[in-house]
Ligand binder design. Sequence first.
Ligand SMILES: *Cc1c(COP(=O)(O)O)cnc(C)c1O
Length: 383
Amino acid sequence: MQVPLLDINRQHADIKEELIQVFTDALSTSRFIKGPEMENLEKEFAKYSGTTDAIACASGTDALILALQAIGLKRDELVITVPFTFFATAGAIVRAGGTPVFIDVLPDTFNMDPDLLEEWLNTNCAITNRGIVHRKTGKRVAAIMPVHIFGQICNMDSINATASTWDLPVIEDAAQAAGSKWRDSRAGSLGSIGCFSFFPSKNLGALGDGGMLTTNNPALAERLRSIREHGGRGYLHAEVGTNSRMDAIQAGFLRVKLRKLEEWHAGRRSNAERYMKAFADVSQVKTPVIDPRAWSIYNQYTLLAENRDELLNFLRNKQIGCAVYYPLPLHLQECFADLGYTKGDFKVSEDCSGKVISLPVFGELAKEEQDEVVAAVKEFYRR
Ligand SMILES: *Cc1c(COP(=O)(O)O)cnc(C)c1O
C-alpha cells in the first residue's frame, strides 16, 4: 500500500464547491488583491489567534522580514534564533539586513533552549544607552526570534521572562504553528509579533503563497500595514516598505479552511496519539515529547530514529511517505559560513539533523494507512 506523507486533495475534496465559489466571486467582482475577503480573513484570524490585529501578507518569509523592519531592525544588528529550523527563519533575518545569532535547541521538544538563551545574553551582552549590545562586536541585539517547530510552541514563559529582563522584542516564527497553544494562548499572541505561513503544505495552507502577522500592539499593526504596501500613507512615504499584499482569492480560500482547522487539528492529534502508543515498544525510536504546558497541532510528526538514513530508504522503497526536516542545521549552511560557526557549535541541532524523520500525520490519513506505516517501521527494526 502506498501512503503519502501529505495528501492535500483529501482535505480539498470536502470543501471543493466552496473553494470554486471563492474563485467565481473574485472573477465576477474583479477584486483580485486585498479587498473585503482579506479584511475579513484578518479579523477572523485575529479572533482565532486571540490578538487585536492580524495583517495579511504574501508569504511566511515576508511576514518575518516585515516584522523585523517593524520592530526597528537596522543593518548589521543581531537577531537571536535557532539553527534547527527551516531556512527561511535565518534567511529572513539576513534579507532584513540583520545577522543571525544561533542558540541551540532542546533535545526533546526541538525548540529553543531558554537556559542557553539566558546564558548567551548574560555572557556576551551589556545593557547600554543604545540598547542591548554584544560586547565583542559592539553590535546591537534587536530581537529574539524563537521558532515553534513542528507545531509545538516554545517555552514562552521562560523566553518572555528573559526578553522582559533584557527589554527585547520577541518575534514568534509561528509558520508551522497556526492554532497551536501555550497554556491557553495561541501561537502569535505570546510575543510582540507572530509570523505565519500559508504555504500549501502547512497546517493552514492557501492554494498558493500567503502569510500573516499578528500583534496586540496597535502601533506595530499600523506600521506593518504600511510597510506591507511600500511604507506609505497614501502617496507620502516616511519609510521604504515593499509589496507584500495578499491575493483576494487566497484570503477567500483561507477563510473557508480556517472554519475547518480545529477539526483537522483533532485528526492530526489523534493520529499522533496512535503513533505514540504504537511505537511505545520500539526502543530504537523516540516519539515527540510535548511540554505539558503546550498543545501541539503536529504540523509534522517527527521521530528521533536509530539508523535514520536506512529507515528512510526502507520506507521509501515501500512507498511510504517520509521526510527529513531538516538534514543540515543552519549554522553549517554554506551561505552562513561568514557567521563563523563550525561543526560542534550546536551539538543538539546537529544530532537531531542526523536522527529526525517525519511520518504522515495529516488529519485524513486512514487508519489502515497508519497501520501500514507503523508495521513498516517495526519490520525495519526487527530485521
Ligand atoms: C514555512 C516556513 C517559513 C516560510 O514560510 P513561506 O510561506 O514558505 O515563506 C518560515 N519559517 C518556518 C519555520 C517555516 O516552516
